[in-house]
Design a protein around this ligand. Structure first.
Ligand code: KIV
Length: 264
């Protein structure tokens, strides 16, 4: 199988949904490579992997290290890496950090959380040949408490503002737009009004593609509160717990390690 390219994904708009999942490590990258179109090394790793309260304490170094592990083990899917909080506050800072993260990880795209104040940064990065994915709607880096997150785009004023922002981000050179926690009416209108693909998370089936955090798909961290849009497609914790119980049982009964697992 050949590496997926942007042209191929653009052709999917209005035809076939684009698929995207997060991965933060080599084993998961290997498992999902080629099964989804896009792999996102999201700064959600701060909360899902490191147990942080929000994504604001994720550092550039953390993103670079996880990004490198994922990209090195991905050969078919395209890869997107998040720029963490406070690493793109102005054009110069954004360009330096984007180049740093892309040179180190070799990811295909960087993703930044965008609003009308940083459209100029998207334009500056794009002009400098950085491929940008914009993220609008609910942008988690703005929240210190995830429980306060609600959906947006509920009335015509908000929908028009989101549509305008999406069009401006397309004009600024964005390659995709992630829509997070956006009403289905807003998602439908935004998706129809731009020619680049929208990728939704909690933004209905009316987007050109869907993204979820892999830990939610697998039902890791099952005890923590999850947003309404999350769907668990399996329960990996059951498998892990039963494997651990079996290990403990076999060690205690001296069934493991058996002779053929020992050196002579
Ligand atoms: O960090 C992340 O995983 C994300 C997705 C929620 C879109 O940005």
């Amino acid at each position: 199988m050949f590496k997926i390219n942007y042209k191929k994904l653009l052709l999917k708009k209005n035809i076939e949904p684009i698929t995207c999942l997060t991965a933060y490590s080599k084993p998961l990258a290997i498992l999902i490579d080629g099964k989804v179109d896009l792999i996102l090394i999201g700064d959600s790793l701060g909360t899902t992997l490191y147990g942080m309260k929000n994504t604001r304490t994720v550092t550039l170094e953390m993103m670079k290290n996880h990004g490198k592990a994922v990209v090195k083990n991905t050969s078919i899917s395209m890869t997107i890496i998040d720029m963490p909080y406070n690493t793109y506050r102005n054009k110069k800072e954004a360009l330096n950090n984007a180049r740093n993260i892309l040179n180190f990880t070799k990811a295909d795209y960087i993703k930044i959380e965008t609003d009308k104040k940083n459209i100029g940064i998207v334009k500056h990065l794009s002009k400098n040949k950085i491929k940008v994915v914009s993220h609008i709607g609910i942008t988690p880096q703005k929240f210190s408490d995830f429980n306060k997150i609600k959906s947006v785009g509920k009335n015509s004023k908000d929908i028009n503002e989101l549509m305008l922002l999406a069009r401006q981000l397309e004009d600024a050179g964005s390659k995709f737009i992630v829509l997070e926690c956006v009403s289905l009416t807003a998602a439908k209108k935004i998706t129809k009004s731009i020619s680049i693909p929208t990728i939704g998370i909690g933004a209905s089936k009316y987007c050109d593609g869907q993204v979820l955090v892999i830990d939610d798909v697998l039902n890791f961290n099952s005890k923590s509160k999850k947003p309404k849009f999350v769907k668990n497609f399996t329960n990996i914790e059951n498998n892990i717990v039963s494997a651990v119980k079996m290990f403990v049982k076999e060690v205690k009964s001296k069934k493991f390690p058996s002779r053929n697992k020992s050196y002579k």
